[in-house]
Design a protein around this ligand. Structure first.
Ligand SMILES: C[S@@+](CC[C@H](N)C(=O)[O-])C[C@H]1O[C@@H](n2cnc3c(N)ncnc32)[C@H](O)[C@@H]1O
Length: 295
């Protein structure tokens, strides 16, 4: 039988994934093949005619089978790309999404505009992708990142170490702002970023299998209308912000109005701005804390 070369395998797996409805079939095929052969994606193309040996073929077959059953490729290979950075993942954390890059982009833009050394909080950090991407792109900031899940924080710690950010990102475990309360007198943030769980019960039932069956439900589910986390986070945010501090919240694309209303109800924020993702859907709500007027 003719050899299975890298080129033949890539084409075959891509077609197979397409038939099976796997997301991004070519990219998924490249990631799996690169992982099994310990080659970067670009190196697959410079070794196109290289035959793959029987042991690697056997390992590859196993992974291809699991991916075709909709196990996320990022979990199979243990990492993904976010904001052009390699981020480690495990089934304990949500796989970072391109939509969340809008949150990072706005955070980095704000920090650059402010200048000087800034203090940032990343609530619900999960894999730590948001904190790592902000720290990598704005060297003059210190970040505290929190999550309720200790398993998620283990992955976040691995990502902080992988990118050499141990002296700039501190991780703390607990329910939303709770791990910050003991430091409230001393530590106020110039910026709080949050990508909280925001999927409603009814939306959850309709999610793709690769999300519903494999990603942690605790990272996604937020009550009947998907707003439970915002209802807890927003009223507490102001006391953790400096006088002209900013709160940036990732939202589900139909939640801008409801989340803006929650911000308005606190009376602590100026009318919010809503930023869109690359598909022109509402994705981030930004609230600027109103200066307290002393009378
Ligand atoms: C949507 S994921 C976001 C993860 C990461 N920041 C990202 O953008 O990919 C939400 C995260 O919130 C965490 N979480 C859920 N409930 C929480 C709570 N009550 N307090 C703190 N973190 C919570 C989950 O463990 C999960 O890591």
């Amino acid at each position: 039988m003719a050899d299975w070369t890298i080129q033949k395998l890539l084409n075959w797996i891509t077609d197979y994934f397409t038939q099976k409805g796997v997301d991004s079939p070519r990219l998924s095929a490249e990631m799996l093949l690169g992982y099994v052969l310990n080659l970067k994606r670009i190196e697959l193309y410079t070794n196109f005619d290289k035959p793959v040996d029987a042991a690697d073929l056997a390992r590859l077959r196993e992974y291809v089978k699991r991916a075709a059953e909709h196990e996320p490729v990022a979990y199979l290979v243990g990492h993904t790309e976010f904001y052009s950075l390699e981020i480690d993942v495990s089934p304990a954390v949500l796989i970072p999404r391109p939509d969340t890059e809008v949150l990072v982009e706005n955070a980095v833009g704000f920090l650059r505009q402010q200048g000087g050394r800034r203090f940032v909080c990343d609530l619900c950090t999960g894999s730590g992708c948001v904190a790592v991407a902000i720290a990598k792109n704005h060297p003059d900031c210190k970040i505290i990142a929190t999550d309720v899940s200790s398993d998620a924080l283990e992955i976040a710690a691995a990502n902080v170490a992988k990118h050499g950010l141990e002296d700039r990102i501190e991780l703390r475990q607990g329910h939303f702002f709770e791990p910050l309360l003991p430091y409230l007198d001393k530590q106020r943030f110039d910026l709080i970023v949050v990508n909280p769980p925001y999927v409603s019960d009814s939306e959850y039932a309709g999610l793709d299998r690769n999300v519903r069956d494999y990603e942690p439900s605790s990272a996604l589910l937020a009550g009947q209308d998907g707003l439970d986390a915002y209802r807890q986070i927003i009223p507490q945010a102001s006391e953790h912000l400096t006088d002209d501090g900013v709160l940036m919240l990732e939202i589900g694309y139909e939640q801008a109005e409801a989340v803006s209303r929650l911000l308005a109800e606190t009376g602590d924020f100026s009318p919010p701005q809503v930023k869109k993702d690359t598909a022109s859907r509402d994705r981030v709500v930004i609230g600027l804390k109103k200066k307290q007027v002393c009378v």
